[in-house]
Write a protein that binds this ligand. Sequence first.
Ligand SMILES: Cc1cc2nc3c(=O)[nH]c(=O)nc-3n(C[C@H](O)[C@H](O)[C@H](O)COP(=O)(O)OP(=O)(O)OC[C@H]3O[C@@H](n4cnc5c(N)ncnc54)[C@H](O)[C@@H]3O)c2cc1C
Length: 412
Amino acid sequence: MTIGVEVPSNTSFDVAIIGAGPSGSLAAKLLRDNNVSVIILEGAEFPRFSIGESLLPNCLNMLEKAGLLPSVIEAGFQYKNGATFERAEERSSIDFRDNFDEGWGTAYQVQRADFDKILADNASKAGAEINYGRFVTKAELGKGACILTHKGKDGTVETVTSKFALDASGYGRVLPKLLDLETPSNLPERSALFTHVQDNIEAGDIDRNKILITVHPNRKDVWYWLIPFSNGTSSVGVVYEKNEENLNEDDLFDALINQTRLGKILSNAERTRPLGKMSGYSCNVSSLHGPGFALLGNAAEFLDPVFSSGVTIAMKSAELAVPQILRELNGEEADWQNDFSIPLKQGVDVFRVFVESWYQGGLQNIVLHHPETENDLTKMMVSILSGYAWSEHSPLVQKPKRILRLLEELCA
Ligand SMILES: Cc1cc2nc3c(=O)[nH]c(=O)nc-3n(C[C@H](O)[C@H](O)[C@H](O)COP(=O)(O)OP(=O)(O)OC[C@H]3O[C@@H](n4cnc5c(N)ncnc54)[C@H](O)[C@@H]3O)c2cc1C
């Protein structure tokens, strides 16, 4: 056993960020653009695998504002212009460009190991100090004075002091755990099994420019993703609530895949990663901020993977938090509740309505039978699926339940 040796801190920053995922790196870059001194403490060594590979067009607006888009474009990720939905013989596609908002109508399907490294490297180039392989284990937080204790694999323990701390630790949920902020999600516990494959998919079987979402022919709780990448590999995953036949995970994955057309599409595929599993990923917190800290991305809340909203929400949280931090650093009063929590939750709650409707079956029917995209209601739905869940001018953002009911009636 290695016993940590605590060394006194001599490093002090304006902002310390826990985690270099999309929310942490975007926040770091935006802060550096305002000459704020930033340190990121990242537990892993990069590049590292992460789930969450299908981006929504609204991500590109946020990357562009932060000056990160050119590097993402140059990386040659798979271009994405929409989503195809399938259930047995039913099939329908949406094109993100037919949406109700201004801004990007296309996105990318990204290997997160590469994508996250690009964002982190850009934050570093802009002057953020990133310490990899450092796990944050303790936090003492107060307005204007924060101390984070972090530990390396070699057992060394160090501290960093800062005026503000951002928790961008994703599923690590460092501050919610340390500060006892975790609350149960109102969504049932679901699981996801996933892998990467050399897909060997025959031309014409799928549109590689779209994520393919397949719904199980007779189970509303089971759906699958197929996210093609630009190098002939794909991310494949299945989400389910109950392992009804009590199969081991590999057998369950294969059995569920073979109950849909995916079995045929992927008949020549070869796994390039071992099967991964995540369960009970939906989570919530009692507060998104407190004296000296705020929670970003998944460290705060995670709904469900079905609409690929995770990275969009993570980036939006960074975009909303940074102006508040700048205010505090300038000695002004920041209204975290009205200018961060409430606006962030507005968009998250729109996605929540979509997620709930999906598992009840309503949204599954809507996406499979939606009216032509000239219809404004369809355009509004496409906008949300493109990540525009914060658009004040959209009636679907203002009254998501009512408008979805209307769409459901239209589709029936
Ligand atoms: C099955 C599944 C499929 C998904 N698919 C999609 C999708 O297609 N599209 C999409 O947009 N989203 C998807 N998501 C959600 C997506 O994975 C997350 O929303 C997104 O990665 C959140 O970004 P983040 O910056 O908050 O955290 P992360 O990307 O998780 O980054 C957090 C970082 O913090 C580090 N960390 C953790 N603990 C510590 C610690 N103690 N100290 C220091 N560092 C620490 C981690 O190493 C990590 O690098 C999916 C989620 C699931 C469960």
